[in-house]
Design a protein around this ligand. Structure first.
Ligand code: 5GP
Length: 188
C-alpha cells in the first residue's frame, strides 16, 4: 500500500505487530490457565473490545489465545472528528451481563486514561468477577487518570497521534497494516 503523505513515520510495522500480539496472547493464556484452570470452560473470560479502534487488535489477539473465550463490544465516544479528548458518552453497551464474569478489556490505545478509568468503575459496579486491561499501545505523555494495565503491546512516551491497525483519524487509516504517527500539521 502506498504511504499517505500525512504520515510522519511508521512506528511498528506489520511483522512487529504480529509478533507482539502473539506474545500477548500467549501471556494472557498462561495467566488465565493458571488462575482460572478449573472454571475456564464453565465460565470463560469475555474479551470486551472497545469499538471501533480495538476491533482489529481483538480479532488477532483472541486467535492467539487457545482457550475458551467469549467476545462482546462497547463503544465509548470521547473523540469526534478531531483529536481532542472530550466528555465520555456510552454509545453502545455490552449485549450480555458481566456479573460474576472474568473480563479482559481490549483497548487500542490509552491516552489520558479517562476511558479505562471510567470503565473500571462501571464494570466493577456491575459485579464482574475480575477485570484485566490489555492495551495495544500505552501512550503516557498526557496521562491524567492513573490506570493499571495488565498487558501492554507497545509503549510510547512522545505525544504523537497514531493511526493504522484499527486506529483512525476522522475514520481514515484503520486499514493500514502498520501503526504510524501522523504529521502534527495533519491533525487539527
Ligand atoms: P483516553 O480516554 O485514554 O484519553 O482515550 C482513549 C481513546 O482515545 C482511544 O480509545 C482512542 O479512541 C483515542 N485516542 C487516543 N490517542 C489516540 C491516537 O494517538 N490515535 C487515535 N487514532 N486515537 C487515539
Amino acid at each position: 500500500m502506498k504511504q499517505a503523505p500525512e504520515i510522519l513515520k511508521v512506528l511498528w510495522d506489520e511483522a512487529a505487530i504480529q509478533v507482539r500480539v502473539r506474545e500477548l496472547g500467549a501471556q494472557i493464556t498462561r495467566d488465565y490457565e493458571r488462575n482460572l484452570s478449573e472454571t475456564l470452560t464453565r465460565n470463560p473470560p469475555i474479551a470486551v473490545g472497545l469499538l471501533r479502534g480495538a476491533v482489529i487488535f481483538l480479532s488477532d489477539l483472541i486467535r492467539a489465545m487457545p482457550i475458551p473465550v467469549e467476545c462482546d463490544f462497547m463503544q465509548i465516544a470521547s473523540y469526534g472528528k478531531d483529536s481532542k479528548p472530550g466528555t465520555l458518552q456510552l454509545v453502545r453497551d455490552l449485549q450480555n451481563s458481566v456479573c460474576e464474569r472474568h473480563l479482559l478489556i481490549v483497548e487500542d490505545i490509552v491516552d489520558t486514561g479517562q476511558t479505562l478509568g471510567h470503565l473500571a468503575q462501571k464494570l466493577t459496579a456491575r459485579g464482574a468477577a475480575s477485570i484485566r486491561f490489555c492495551a495495544l499501545i500505552d501512550k503516557t505523555a498526557r496521562r491524567r487518570t492513573p490506570v493499571e494495565l495488565d498487558y501492554v503491546g507497545f509503549r510510547l512516551q512522545e505525544d504523537a497521534f497514531l493511526v493504522g491497525y484499527g486506529l483512525d483519524y476522522a475514520e481514515k487509516y484503520r486499514n493500514l497494516p502498520y501503526i504510524a504517527a501522523l504529521k502534527p500539521e495533519a491533525v487539527i
